[in-house]
Design a protein around this ligand. Structure first.
Ligand code: UAG
Ligand code: ATP
Ligand code: API
Ligand code: MG
Length: 488
């Protein structure tokens, strides 16, 4: 690719520099190699424009930046929205891409949906992958990227790398941060999905309206012209999501009890899962979903909707639902105590998710539900008390503990959660809290350990002082259960 082509994609003229070969793209000046294009963005922590001279010194031949940024010694590709312009400029460089791409947004359920869709596609015979909180997942396993939505350069590398490996079907998670920062643009997206909206990330977006607007960029700009919008119909924000998709002219596919394309008629919990009655194209079908909880049924049906609009055969899709494997850290049964008490690990880290995880377990509780939870530091502080309240409303015993305190005082975070759960116990150390929950449990009880799901570490400190202490809720629950059997 020549610089002239790249400039033309942005409607600009590269002049004499146009014949230079573009060797790659970077948004971090420390990753610039000679011949690269640098994207200089104003960030939350620092201003990327401050690194323009260093990027040019390292060999950048062009810089995508705001018109007012100072660029000397390289071509200035000026744009008032440099993140969007950078994505547009870089996209043609990263070829090929999988022919079928779907993206999922929503407060809760993105990871579950993309992972379930990956499995359904696979069972329909396609070579499929997903990108999201669990990393880049193919049938051979997962590689973690650290963030739900990686930065745009990593995203392009991953997407084109998967296509080169033969992946034809890709599902990715579009977080609101990722959408707001144009971290996943430029790949033709055949279908987008919306799962739900509830409180999270207001530290970043400010208001629910802004948060919703960030999510709706998926339908307004990211999904390709003539693409599909699969929308969970039973959420308070669904009607507005429908309107956003229709305003863009996308083909609407609604799912749920109020869904028109895929209607959920009934849901009956069974011992190991649930039986769903659904109607698709006028035909009533029964699906034995091997997963518990209304929320997992919702995610499975949204994933099924995405498979259907990406041309999978209905009989195969519904058959695949009955063979879905659990998603790591989502209502994962981590251990069974010697007295028969099961311990579930769930990634609930919003008030709505805590309520959803509890609702999923409640039909299976004969005795008491014991919930262990905390809230993350350097994240939306306003969700902490409502998380505590959701736990208290649905559990007989709540133990408030630490969950990635990051740069904050862990005791202050716990106090904020406890404000919503006044009767709760407080045990800062997460291992001690889990051990205490298991020790308190009597036959018939269930223990829910919420907040970390698949995570492998406890993040303490921030910036240069950040450390990730190894911690895995599933492993710790197993160890604590084993200690109990040693003690009995
Ligand atoms: C608030 C936020 O979203 N921050 C992310 C964002 O940072 P930013 O664009 O504001 O960047 P910045 O650090 O201020 O730096 C500005 C620019 O200067 C560049 N730079 C910076 C330093 C330097 O020495 N040289 C240099 O060139 C940076 O590459 C960047 O382009 O882009 C960075 C690069 O992609 C991310 O690493 C960073 O994630 C931080 C670590 C983070 O914690 N993000 C979380 C909140 C997040 O994004 N979570 C979402 C949602 C999770 C969910 O609920 O699903 C996710 O998608 O993971
Ligand atoms: N459809 C849903 N409705 C309500 N709660 C849900 C739903 N799906 C998942 N949850 C809750 O949210 C938790 C996280 O689920 P998942 O990882 O699929 O969501 P996510 O949107 O990817 O989250 P993140 O924003 O952290 O990436 C689950 O463990 C569960 O507690
Ligand atoms: N993607 C989410 C993960 C939160 C998980 C929870 N363990 C926490 O640290 O708050 C976030 O970055 O807000
Ligand atoms: Mg996720």
């Amino acid at each position: 690719m020549r610089l002239a082509q790249l400039a033309a994609a942005l409607g600009q003229d590269a002049g004499e520099a146009g014949s230079a070969a573009v060797t790659g793209f970077a948004i971090d000046h420390r990753k610039i190699a000679p011949g690269n294009v640098f994207g200089a963005f104003q960030g939350a922590a620092v201003n990327g424009e401050d690194f323009i001279p260093a990027a040019i010194a390292a060999g950048a031949i062009a810089v995508v930046a705001r018109p007012e940024a100072k660029v000397e010694g390289a071509l200035h590709l000026a744009d008032p929205n440099p993140r969007r312009a950078f994505a547009k400029a870089a996209a043609p460089f990263f070829q090929p891409v999988p022919p079928v791409v779907a993206a999922v947004t929503g407060t809760n359920g993105k990871t579950s949906c993309v992972e379930m869709l990956r499995q359904i596609w696979r069972m329909c015979g396609h070579s499929a992958a997903s990108i999201g909180t669990l990393g880049v997942t193919t049938q051979d396993g997962s590689i973690s990227t650290g963030l739900t939505t990686p930065d745009i350069v990593t995203f392009f590398h991953n997407v084109s790398g998967l296509a080169r490996e033969g992946v034809t079907h890709l599902a990715y998670e579009a977080s609101s941060h990722g959408l707001a920062q144009y971290r996943n643009e430029g790949v033709p997206v055949m279908a987008g999905a919306f799962t739900n909206l509830s409180r999270d990330h207001l530290d970043y977006h400010g208001t629910m309206e802004e948060y919703f607007a960030a999510k709706m960029r998926l339908f307004a700009e990211v999904v390709q012209d003539g693409g599909h919008a699969v929308i969970w119909a039973d959420d308070a924000w669904s009607a507005r999501a429908n309107a956003a998709a229709q305003a863009r002219g996308l083909a609407l596919f609604t799912v749920g009890e109020a869904g028109e394309a895929l209607r959920l008629i009934s849901r009956k919990p069974s011992q190991l899962g649930q039986e769903l009655a659904i109607v698709y194209e006028g035909l009533e079908r029964r699906v034995n979903l091997p997963l518990i909880g209304a929320y997992q049924a919702a995610n499975a049906l949204v994933a099924a909707g995405l498979a259907l609009v990406t041309d999978c055969e209905a009989a195969q899709v519904f058959d695949a639902l009955s063979r879905l494997q659990p998603v790591r850290g989502r209502l994962e049964r981590a251990a069974i105590c010697p007295n028969g008490v099961p311990v579930y690990v769930d990634y609930a880290h919003t008030p709505d998710a805590v309520a959803a995880a509890i609702a999923a377990l409640r039909p299976h509780v004969a005795g008491r539900l014991i919930t262990v939870l905390g809230a993350g530091g350097d994240r939306d502080a306003g969700k902490r008390a409502p998380m505590g309240a959701a736990a208290a409303a649905g559990s007989e015993l709540v133990i408030v503990t630490d969950d990635n305190p990051r740069g904050e005082d862990p005791a202050a975070i716990r106090a904020a959660v406890l404000a919503g759960a006044p009767g709760a116990r407080e045990i800062g150390d997460r291992r001690t809290a889990i051990a205490a929950a298991l020790a308190a449990a009597r036959p018939g009880d269930i223990v829910l350990v919420a907040g970390k799901g698949h995570e492998q570490g406890q993040i303490v400190g921030s910036g240069a002082h950040a450390r990730i202490l190894p911690f895995d809720d599933v492993a710790v629950a197993r160890e604590c259960a084993a200690e109990l059997s040693g003690a009995s």
